[in-house]
Design a protein around this ligand. Structure first.
Ligand SMILES: *[C@@H]1O[C@H](CO)[C@@H](O)[C@H](O)[C@H]1NC(C)=O
Ligand SMILES: *[C@@H]1O[C@H](CO)[C@@H](O)[C@H](O)[C@H]1NC(C)=O
Length: 310
């Protein structure tokens, strides 16, 4: 008796559900807003491993009102890259009825990546900061691999990149947290070469900062020419880790900026021609990046996957 009641209740609820769904809108699923991968001004600070000055750059650019950058996040976008790679095989390798469907639309997928990155960047303070933010992004040290560089370029085609490297890898290493010393030095060298190759191909959207040469002028040139911020200048470099070790975190009481920053002219958008040229460049660049000597390191794409566990 009880059993039958449940079944009837279930059927009624099921019908109600269908009615609610059908009433939800005549046009099928809600039409997504136009997906525009260049709608926001994305700025990323990528370190060629740790101890390359990326935290210095992070704290300096975060001093600019209107720029909001978040710190490391365990390189979680590597997982997004994996999902993307996986989905791309559907409709290519997997042409069986169990996998039927249209190949994933790259632009749609990358828009969902951008929206996830926004959740990472703004965290719980979104209401407070989103409106006053004109340039947003993160710093991360776990993306120095050919596949990740290409993935980021696809997901953020109008982004600007500050690539921090260490030229002199023969510095004393005191931070045991980074694990094997020889490994760390190889990683520095490999990632530096990777970033320099990127920079040669995309001098307008990338700049290489070496930790040995962090001058106020370099930061100001990036601020004004690469980001398009006007009206303010840095007057000092917030050096934290030039010695290859963990440095004491410190807060300078005084702002490192002079003047009043004006971000009203900031726009990272490229023309369609420039975007197409960029995509064409990637064909050759992807090959060049894979040719960089690995110094006995494992496949760097596998390497960045492993690094999350370090
Ligand atoms: C992917 O979707 C966008 C709209 O978001 C569309 O303009 C584009 O043509 C689609 N790409 C392909 C390859 O169908
Ligand atoms: C690299 O750094 C080490 C330690 O600070 C120093 O002894 C060496 O001279 C540096 N090498 C170069 C080429 O600057």
């Amino acid at each position: 008796m009880k059993m039958r009641l449940f079944v009837i209740a279930g059927v009624v609820l099921g019908w109600l559900g269908l009615v609610v769904l059908a009433g939800g809108g005549a046009g099928g699923v809600e039409a997504a807003a136009q997906c525009d991968l260049c709608a926001d001004n994305w700025f990323f600070i990528l370190g060629a491993g740790g101890r390359t000055g990326s935290t210095t750059a992070l704290s300096m650019f975060n001093e600019v009102p209107g720029i909001h950058l978040t710190g490391e996040h365990f390189g979680v976008l590597r997982e997004s890259w994996r999902i993307w790679e996986r989905l791309r095989t559907i409709g290519e390798k997997y042409r069986v009825s169990a996998f039927m469907g249209s190949p994933t639309n790259d632009t749609d997928f990358m828009c969902s990546v951008q929206s996830m990155v926004k959740a990472i960047v703004f965290g719980n303070n979104r209401d407070e900061i989103e409106e006053s933010t004109r340039i947003l992004g993160f710093k991360e040290i776990r993306y120095a691999s050919p596949n990740m560089m290409r993935f980021l370029a696809n997901a953020f085609p109008c982004a600007r990149f500050l690539l921090s490297v260490r030229n002199n890898v023969s510095v004393p290493l005191k931070a045991s947290a980074f694990g094997d010393e020889a490994w760390m030095r190889k990683k520095w060298r490999y990632s530096r070469d990777l970033f320099q190759t990127m920079n040669k191909a995309f001098p307008k959207s990338t700049a290489v900062f070496s930790v040995e040469d962090l001058t106020v002028d370099r930061f100001n040139a990036f601020l004004h020419d690469m980001l398009g911020v006007q009206g303010c200048t840095f007057w000092r470099v917030d050096v934290r880790n030039s010695e290859g070790t963990f440095s004491k975190e410190f807060r300078m009481g005084k702002s490192g900026l002079k003047g009043v920053c004006d971000l009203s002219a900031v726009s990272f958008r490229y023309s369609n021609d420039e975007l197409t040229r960029g995509q064409e460049l990637w064909v050759q660049l992807a090959k060049d990046l894979h040719m960089i000597p690995r110094l006995g390191l494992k496949n760097p794409d596998a390497l960045v996957m492993e690094e999350g566990r370090r």
